[in-house]
Write a protein that binds this ligand. Structure first.
Ligand code: EPU
Length: 423
């Protein structure tokens, strides 16, 4: 397996182009199952998760044509007909978003057999909300040998679905299913992460009728059919937030190019509160810190527009060298603290108390061999290593390749000493 090496204690200075969002690109690709015409996506990040999903879509009947541009890949996805409604364990166990094909398959073919999902090991991550929602729309659901068997012999019907908790994946799945259902579906307490908004906008471009985009109530009037469209994937707010935290950690000045500050405002506010400089203008965010030590700042993860759980690990890395004690509360996933023991290897002082981590800032971090445990935790290790004295080796970097497009290239361009050793 490849390893990433970082010689730390260097400031970052420069411009980082932000790629298209992984968590938008994946549901957008799945939306291609809803039409027999071509859905063209631009600004698609170059990631293994995108390739894994493309493989699954190929099995289901989608022709995927990939092109490269300076701003990410272009994917032309065409599904003339669904040739299989079976999403196998071997693929669905690799990334969670592949499970979301359940909605479009059921809507277009009235039947689907989809393996229960895998994905990052950050909690139990059940799928009850997806299944209850689809049942409300008239689907019959059985669980057999690790697979969800779903049938809607008379087609899906519009329904009012109120989710007890906000779920990104259930919202994506039910939103896609509702576009082709008979009648109106109302999704109450829906997720309103920018990636949901991006999917909804693309579905509208494909002919879907959706009201309330960007709010927690989505009203979808089902249509007979959807058509092709071209859609540019929204910028990755988590990638942007990760590099913003890296810049605050190392000091220096970094401009994040091609991302709107509103999509990660909560993270930028916390960085300001900790003492980093943040300037936002149209499509760009500049982060800087010159010399001053950061101050410990508390954070509670929340659904959008709150502080994202996908930046919790990175922010914890930042707080390891801040002055004072910061309390980091994880409310979305019950087991998303696997980075704590790896950060301790750099000399960080963190104690865990249920859903809270208390981080006592130390004067400096020192390099260590560490192991990536999940995607965002890997980014936290990179951030710690960029500030640590000495050379860090990060193992299991396939986690990083799932979600960060050309990370070494982007950080090297800002002066980081980071390189990959091929297996
Ligand atoms: N939940 C249930 N039942 C369900 C669905 C969810 O109890 O049927 C719970 C989950 O266990 C969790 C909470 O609801 O405690 C929120 O989970 P959600 O469904 O919103 O998460 P997800 O759709 O599985 C997506 C992102 C995650 C991100 C979360 C939260 C993608 C591909 N994944 O996951 O991203 O952390 O939303 O914002 O979009 C990542 O990119 O590293 C990542 C993990």
């Amino acid at each position: 397996m490849d390893t990433i090496h970082i010689r730390g204690n260097r400031r970052l200075n420069g411009v980082i182009p932000i790629s298209g969002a992984k968590n938008a690109a994946l549901p957008l690709m799945i939306a291609a199952l809803l039409t027999d015409e071509t859905l063209k996506l631009t600004n698609v990040p170059r990631l293994t998760d995108v390739r894994t999903l493309a493989k699954l879509l190929g099995v289901l009947g989608t022709d995927v044509q990939r092109g490269e541009t300076a701003h990410g890949d272009t994917l032309a996805l065409t599904t003339p007909e669904i040739v299989s409604t079976l999403a196998p364990y071997e693929i669905v166990s690799q990334i969670r978003a592949t499970f979301w094909v359940l909605g479009p398959l059921l809507a277009r073919c009235r039947t689907a057999k989809v393996s229960l999902p895998g994905g990052c090991a950050i909690g139990a991550r059940p799928v009850d909300l997806y299944l209850k929602g689809l049942q409300k729309m008239g689907a019959e659901i059985d669980l057999v040998e690790g697979y969800v068997l779903a049938k809607a012999p008379n087609g899906l019907k519009g329904a009012v679905i109120r989710s007890p908790i906000v779920s990104v994946g259930a919202t994506h799945t039910l939103l896609m299913a509702a576009t082709l259902a008979d009648g109106e579906t109302v999704l109450e307490n829906a997720a309103r992460e920018p990636e949901i908004t991006d999917l909804a906008r693309c579905l509208v471009a494909m002919g879907a009728k959706i009201e309330g985009i960007g709010t927690s109530t989505l009203r979808i009037e089902g249509v007979e059919r959807l058509h092709g469209a071209t859609h540019n994937v929204v910028a990755d707010r988590i990638e942007a937030g990760t590099y913003a935290i890296a810049a605050a950690m190392t000091g220096g000045e970094v401009t994040l190019d091609g991302v709107d500050a509103e999509t990660f405002d909560a993270a930028l506010s916390v960085l300001r509160a900790a003492g980093a400089g943040v300037d936002a203008s149209q499509g760009q965010v500049r982060i800087f810190r010159n010399g001053e030590r950061l101050q410990a700042t508390d954070v509670v993860t929340q659904v959008f527009p709150g502080f994202p759980t996908d930046l919790q690990a990175q922010f914890m890395a930042l707080m390891t060298t801040a002055e004072g004690e910061s309390e980091i509360t994880e409310t979305i996933f019950e087991n998303r603290f696997m980075h704590v023991q790896e950060l301790a290897r750099f000399g960080a002082n963190i104690s865990l108390h249920g859903d809270k981590a208390l981080v006592h800032g130390v004067d400096k971090l020192t390099a260590a061999p560490v192991m990536a445990s999940d995607l965002r935790a890997s980014a936290a290790l990179v951030i710690a290593a960029l500030a640590a004295e000495g050379e860090t080796t990060i193992n299991r970097v396939y986690h990083l390749d799932r979600g960060f497009d050309r990370m070494e290239e982007k950080l090297s361009a800002c002066g980081a000493e980071i390189w990959r050793a091929k297996a």
